[in-house]
Design a protein around this ligand. Sequence first.
Ligand code: MN
Length: 423
Amino acid sequence: MSESALPTLNTWVEIPKNSDFTIYNLPFGVFKNKKLSPRIGVAIGDKIVDLSVLDQEGFFSSLFLPEGIFMNDSLNELIALGKAQTKKIRERVQNLLLEENEELKNHSARGKVMVNRKEAEMLLPVKIGDYTDFYSSIEHATNVGKMFRDPENALLPNWKHLPVGYHGRASSIVVSGTPIHRPKGQFKDPDMEKPAFGPSRRLDFELEMAFITGKQTKLGDTVSTGEAEEYIFGMVLFNDWSARDIQAWEYVPLGPFLGKNFGSSISPWVVTLEALEPFRVEGPIQEPEVLDYLKCEKSHSFDINLEVFIQPEGKKASKVCTSNFKHMYWNIAQQLAHHTVNGCNINVGDMMASGTISGSTENSYGSMLELSWKGSKAVPLEDGEERKFIEDGDTVIMKGFAEKDGIRVGFGEVAGQILPAKN
Ligand code: MN
């Protein structure tokens, strides 16, 4: 636990007030623009540090990196260098951006290194090999249990003993800004005699965060909770789009399928665990006691403020949810330990999402399913609009940031617009 205040770092880069991308953050992403082919950069203020140019100019010569490591359309190869190396790269960038460091500040290549973020197009940061979605918020699982099963026994008997999860589809995970067509499928509401087919009428978002694995294991290997963070490179915001009507009809007995795999959206900047370190907090008390392989020596929870906005086409965005990542009952180390306890292997670039992150108050529910309580009440938006679920043309925007002692480390946002179903 780092309870002491962070040392103050000043940078020569102009950082707008409330910027997510401070000198303390320095997340990695993949970008291109009209002139530049895809490459790896680090966000700071309104700029991107083009790491490929820094490398060409010899700024990383003491690290002996593989040639062209930053001229890549994904972070996988970089992440695969291992945490010791990626930490050094991030520290070197941080050092070059410090007010007192003149190496880059006064270098002739400075203009070429610092790219305007506004003019850049962000790409999917990792080639995602496998994607797993957990179900780790006790508030969310309890709400869903109350709605669909027994309000008196909302949690299923296994829930407090293991982090429930399922294998999702990696191919349909897209970067923020990518529109998603309303999915079509089968549904059968309780009042319907037989199933029908058509565009989903209960399209929803799920407010989640996801971690990206940075180290491979072999089939048969396990990762303990104590080792888990060595295997986690960083985190992104994750919108796990969900078609509730399709999901409700199809999920028995094998779990989520077409109600989920039509698309998930992620934020483009991967915030490292190193940047999140100051925001580590105690997690919730787990009662009953968990089995030994799920016990943790230290806390793996992080205080990250989360917000969801709905913006109807051509209208103002309205905030519909304020939550926090620290609410999660099961933490990232327990999720990874459980995932591998049977010998399931992981690869660099796997993505593991948290499950919907709901808090205990009604304004902290992380899905429309909960906010509208299964569609039984409308959620008011600005301009007299209201929603029970997501309509065509709506853009859903999720934001996340951690803040402490005046230091801010944020994720930017993940935004996605829902287009009408394709014919
Ligand atoms: Mn989910």
